[in-house]
Design a binder for this molecule. Structure first.
Ligand SMILES: *Cc1c(COP(=O)(O)O)cnc(C)c1O
Length: 412
């Protein structure tokens, strides 16, 4: 008797193919709270890979706020927002989130989600649902995050929206397409800070195009919220953008150190998404205790704590950009906390990550499909909890590892 069946054979073959292509990923268990020091197995590792840019994920004030939130509002929400799950904690948080963007989006209102993935699916499918079938056109940047890509795919299959993928550095071709477009609804979708390259989207120019050709501009600021701008309000503050055409997505599990995300837009758009956003309607509201903890995080971000942390983070990034010099590997031109080192092949990126691990660092190799073929890289991220010495030691280690790999005849 065989206990094998078709799907089991397929899945085992598929996993073997991943292994052969050096594309199989694996989970590592961190024994400690998220911070720049981790423990995996019995080994201490210095992490340069989390998105906890401000180092707030284990901040005592947030730990206290989470337990206060649970005392005050309970743990579970019990239902979706439109049934009975929308608590005072959610409402207060949404008002606070809207206030963060209110200087940039007139009549700003915010909607809180359990993840950025859900927020993106909701925003794109919901907004595209405003047009008749086949009458909306989405312009999506080529390097967008997977959750935006999936939102675009879902919108295009649900509403037969047209989709154009554009290179975010080639706005001339985007303009050409927009100028010929007679669709009743146009939506430009882009990351604010590109998650694998660390560069910023050209939002000033994109907003001009959106104005000129009557499009909405949706910006996913997962890596800018909390980090960019004097008050940490994100990329709209940083670039001083103003428009009712802006649809802003911020996530709360990265710099804000908790979890969740939000859409912020002019009131009418948010009202529509509450009515028709399927991933908003058909899911249980996030724990109100989490909402309460996020509120506390926003206070920290806007206050002196956030300001001090952003200043220190900027100093670390500056140090890296000034002192990190490779002979063969490539740094990206990034001034954000995301600083990729592009190595090339999967094998070489994996080898570099392995040598870093042996030296006591946790910096994974990022491979296709997350990044383009032949552009495997180390994705280094800085946190305000890193010290100047942490960064200097990392620079020395990377220089040593690069030269040892070059000696072995490994090049790009
Ligand atoms: C992390 C990320 C998301 C997803 O947010 P989650 O809250 O982690 O689901 C969306 N967009 C971008 C650009 C991201 O980096």
């Amino acid at each position: 008797m065989s206990n094998s069946f078709k799907a089991l054979t397929l899945v085992n073959q598929a996993i073997t193919r991943l292994e052969e292509g050096l594309l199989k990923r694996s989970l590592r268990i961190n024994e400690k709270a998220c911070d720049v020091d981790a423990v995996v197995g019995d080994r201490a590792l210095k992490t340069f890979c989390s998105n906890d840019y401000l180092g707030l994920a284990n901040h005592p004030a947030l730990v206290t706020a989470l337990s206060d939130g649970a005392q005050k509002y309970g743990v579970g929400s019990g239902a979706s927002h439109l049934i009975s799950g929308h608590s005072r904690a959610h409402e207060l948080l949404e008002n606070q989130l809207a206030r963060f963007q209110s200087a940039h989006i007139p009549n700003a209102r915010a909607l809180f989600f359990s993840t950025g993935y859900m927020a993106n699916l909701t925003a794109i499918t919901g907004l595209i649902g405003l047009a008749n079938k086949g009458e909306a056109h989405i312009y999506s940047a080529a390097l967008n995050h997977a959750s935006l890509i999936d939102g675009v795919r879902l919108a295009s299959s649900q509403h037969q929206a047209l989709v154009t993928i554009f290179d975010h550095l080639d706005l001339a071709s985007l303009e050409k397409d927009l100028s010929k477009d007679t669709s009743s609804l146009k939506l430009i979708v882009i990351d604010g800070v590109f998650s694998m390259d660390g560069d910023l989207a050209p939002l000033n120019s994109l907003l001009q195009l959106a104005n000129q050709y009557d499009a909405l501009l949706m910006v996913d600021d997962a890596h800018g919220f909390g980090v960019l701008g004097e008050k940490g309000h994100g990329i709209l503050e940083y670039l001083d953008l103003h428009s009712e055409r802006l649809i802003y997505i911020g996530t709360l599990g990265k710099a804000a150190g908790v979890s969740g995300a939000f859409i912020c837009a002019a009131d009418s758009f948010i009202e529509w998404l509450i009515q028709k956003g399927r991933p908003y309607i058909y899911t249980t509201a996030t724990s109100p205790a989490i909402a309460h903890a996020v509120s506390k995080s926003l206070d920290l971000i806007e206050g002196i704590e956030g300001k001090t942390r952003r200043k220190h983070l900027d100093e670390l990034i500056k140090l890296w950009n000034e002192e990190m010099v490779f002979s063969c590997w490539q740094k990206a031109s990034s001034s954000s906390a995301i600083q990729p080192v592009i190595i090339g092949s999967n094998a070489h990126a994996l080898q570099a990550a392995k040598l870093l691990d042996a030296a006591g660092y946790w910096i994974p190799a990022i491979r296709p499909p997350t990044v383009p073929e032949g552009k495997a890289r180390l994705r280094i991220t800085f946190s305000a909890n890193h010290t100047v010495d942490d960064v200097k030691e990392l620079i020395q280690t990377l220089q040593k590892i690069e030269s040892s790999m070059l000696v072995e005849g490994v090049s790009l």
